[in-house]
Write a protein that binds this ligand. Structure first.
Ligand SMILES: [Zn+2]
Length: 402
């Protein structure tokens, strides 16, 4: 009860401006928050330090998934995030300012289930509720498919009491697990729209999924082929022109029908067509490949035939447009870090990622000694724009999603 009371006071005294915009605009569900303080603090990683997160599971008797399945689901979700953070080298504090005496602790990536009477730090509520969760939803005038809610950020211990709430919004356990993975992402400080599972409109997605939707096969996964967190060296991503997905944007002439995943050559500017004597089929696959982190030829676009056979390659050279801008896309912790000096400790933001990612990149592709200016950015997937001088326009392509 003490906890609930603390939250009530925070809610009632926090000025509106201090709340995250995320908390104020939540018709679609899938929010997170702590109900007050500096709004950036809402996105802080909940658990730092070597001790595993002690969690327990509470579930309604007739919840769509039985208790043992929920246990397995929670374990899988923790493991998925562990693998994800390992893959992208996240979890360690970076950019320590010189006045901080010691390195801030690492993110806690391990977890251990305990009984609910063994003082868990994190409680999962499946189909159940408590006063704090109810109150939070009432005050925010929103209901949803899930919520991750913790107490006010503890700048000394960096450990928190928190709840993950997943109501019985659907009988499909895969949708429930996907929502759970999303909310756990908030516990680890992941931001909305950084990767497939952190879709800002996740409730809308889960509501509208129909048979045959490409997103269906990526349920319960953090990344989708068309929406990974980032490209690592060696990774490949299929591309499609932007315009073919816009309703009403009919091409000037009929395009030959191509199988799913293939593009008509007519959709690709002449400048990037395979050069003779390569025999070019009418339908091709376009793939963006990240080669390495060096600036020279760090990207390439390949045209392939339906079987994956090589047709043409255009090399590109890209670099970050606005270094530092990507910081907000990785987990981080804004804190007054009690080990810092001088007193009173200043507020410092510490990102928990080794590489910068999600940067906007600018550069060019080069073909026949002509440079084609290009831009690469992330927005619910990858967007690539290439300037075609002969047409005096930017050609927009994006990660393949259908
Ligand atoms: Zn969310």
């Amino acid at each position: 009860m003490k906890l609930a009371l603390g939250l009530i006071l925070v809610f009632l005294t926090a000025p509106l401006a201090a709340r995250s915009p995320e908390l104020m605009d939540n018709a679609g569900g899938g929010w997170s928050g702590n109900g007050g303080g500096l709004h950036q603090v809402n996105d802080n990683v909940w658990y730092l330090g070597a001790e595993p997160i002690r969690y327990c599971i509470k579930a309604k008797v007739d919840y769509p998934a039985p208790a043992d399945e929920l246990q397995a689901m929670v374990r899988r979700s923790f493991s998925s995030w562990q693998r994800f953070f390992t893959k992208y080298e996240m979890g360690r504090p970076q950019a320590m300012p010189s006045f901080m005496l010691t390195m801030p602790p690492q993110m806690t990536l391990t977890a251990r289930e305990v009984r609910c009477d063994e003082k868990p730090e994190l409680e999962f509520y499946f189909g159940l509720d408590n006063e704090t969760l109810k109150l939070y939803r009432e005050i925010n005038e929103a209901d949803g498919y899930g919520l991750a809610l913790r107490t006010t950020y503890d700048h000394k211990q960096h450990r928190h009491q928190g709840f993950v709430w997943i109501p019985a919004f659907d009988q499909d356990v895969r949708k429930i697990e996907h929502m759970l993975l999303h909310e756990l992402g908030h516990v680890f400080g992941m931001k909305h729209d950084t990767v497939f599972v952190m879709d800002r409109d996740i409730a809308l997605l889960l509501k509208s999924l129909a048979a045959g939707d490409p997103a269906l096969s990526f349920l319960t996964r953090i990344e989708a082929d068309f929406w990974p967190f980032d490209l690592t060296a060696g990774s490949r991503m299929r591309l499609e022109p932007y315009t073919r997905r816009l309703p009403g944007a009919a091409p000037a002439f009929p395009l030959p029908a191509c199988a799913n995943g293939l593009l008509s050559l007519a959709e690709i500017p002449m400048e990037f067509h395979p050069a003779p004597p390569v025999i070019t089929p009418p339908c091709v696959r376009m793939v963006l490949q990240k080669n390495h982190d060096n600036v020279e030829n760090n990207f390439q676009v390949n045209l392939e035939n339906a079987a994956g056979g090589w047709l043409a390659t255009v090399y590109g050279k890209f670099q970050a447009l606005q270094p530092g801008n990507e910081e907000s896309m990785v987990p981080g912790t804004l804190s007054s870090w009690q080990n810092a000096r001088p007193a009173p400790a200043p507020w410092v933001y510490v990102p928990y990622a080794r590489r910068s990612m999600h940067a906007q990149l600018s550069g060019y592709f080069i073909r026949n000694q002509i440079r084609y200016p290009a831009k690469l950015s992330w927005s619910r997937g990858l967007n690539l724009e290439i300037f075609i001088p002969a047409q005096a326009r930017w050609w927009s392509i994006r990660s393949f999603s259908s």
